[in-house]
Design a protein. Structure first.
Length: 343
């Protein structure tokens, strides 16, 4: 299979493959679009992909979603993403990050790299010794991303369940990383009851101990009798099998690319479950990153509150046009992209 025949290829403007024998770097940079600004932005994900094709598909899907996210938030950049094939706990070295920085620099500013799953603000500082085109050296986008997810969840709950008060709301959270853990804290402070899971047992113990959450095994999270399912781990977890197991009324989480296929947006809707499109839910990260150099968390949170309006507009359009909420948000994003490109 070639890049062009890959099901997730969406007329991407540019795809690069980088290797560095000395450091072991194997990376893909997928630029969905730079128009009309001449640049694109998106995080760098490091993950031990099972195959090169899995890495390519992730890069293509993530970069496309980034274009949607940036357009809906009126950010002056197109969408892109980079993926590094490797285990961040074992394979990440300063030499590898330097090699990645040099790769980004060779793209001449078409792509601005930032943190994502498997990378950190410290990694961005190391990458920044080799390239000018990096964000996140001074800003941890996790807090704004988590707050945006909380705002989105609250908005979806009000729409589907007709309640503003989250006291007693039952939420199953899948993934307790940098963002999922913070989302749990927001929810606990609002009075929600948490059921949590993660492959990292230490992360689970910490959230159970701090917030009084109930832990379940990773495979059991889909079967919980809850009001909301919040996917906050990796993507492609909502498919024919898992959607059929859900016992919730709302799906609202910050993981990227939660739908295994586009059609699964309709499958969720057919079950009467309100789906909050992930590229809207996790947009707080790009809003927070926009404050690079003069970060004010309270200001970032205030800016992130506008996600509620974007999400509500997608819900309204879905109802008006008789389509899934995912399809509605995609249409909104594509219209924004076209209008920006036309000036």
């Amino acid at each position: 299979m070639t890049v062009f025949s890959c099901p997730d290829f969406d007329n991407h403007e540019h795809v690069s493959f980088f290797t560095d024998e000395a450091s072991g770097l194997r990376a893909i940079v997928a630029i969905h679009s730079t128009a009309p600004f001449g640049l694109s932005g998106g995080g760098c994900r490091m993950y031990p992909y099972a195959s090169d094709m899995d890495a390519l598909r992730d890069a293509l899907r993530l970069s496309r979603a980034m274009s949607y996210k940036l357009a809906l938030c009126d950010m002056p950049a197109g969408g892109a993403k980079s993926v590094v094939i490797g285990d961040p706990a074992k394979d990440k070295t300063e030499a590898l990050l330097h090699a990645l920085g040099r790769a980004v620099e060779r793209l001449g500013g078409k792509y601005v790299v930032a943190e994502d799953v498997g990378t950190t603000p410290e990694d961005m500082r190391i990458i920044g010794t080799q390239t000018r085109y990096v964000m996140g050296r001074q800003v941890d986008t996790g807090p704004a991303t988590a707050y945006g997810a909380f705002v989105s969840l609250r908005t979806a709950v009000e729409r589907r369940l007709g309640r503003k008060d989250l006291t007693g709301l039952r939420v199953a959270v899948q993934g307790l990383g940098n963002v999922g853990r913070r989302l749990c804290k927001h929810l606990a402070e609002a009075g929600a009851k948490l059921i949590v899971t993660d492959v990292n047992e230490g992360a689970v113990r910490a959230v159970v101990g701090e917030l009084g959450a109930v832990a379940v095994l990773p495979g059991a999270i889909y079967d919980q009798d809850v009001d909301v399912f919040a996917p906050c781990a990796l993507g492609a977890i909502l498919d024919d099998a898992t959607i059929g197991r859900l016992r919730c009324k709302v799906v609202a989480g910050c993981a990227n690319n939660q739908l295994a296929e586009e059609r699964h947006g309709e499958v969720i809707a057919a079950r009467g479950i309100l789906y909050a499109p992930d590229f809207v839910v996790n947009a707080g990260g790009v809003i927070g990153a926009a404050q690079e150099g003069q970060y004010d968390e309270r200001a970032a949170f205030r800016d992130t509150d506008r996600i509620a309006g974007i999400l509500s507009a997608a819900f309204d359009r879905a109802e008006r046009e008789g389509i899934s909420t995912h399809a509605a948000a995609v249409r909104m994003a594509k219209e924004k992209i076209r209008s920006r490109q036309q000036g």
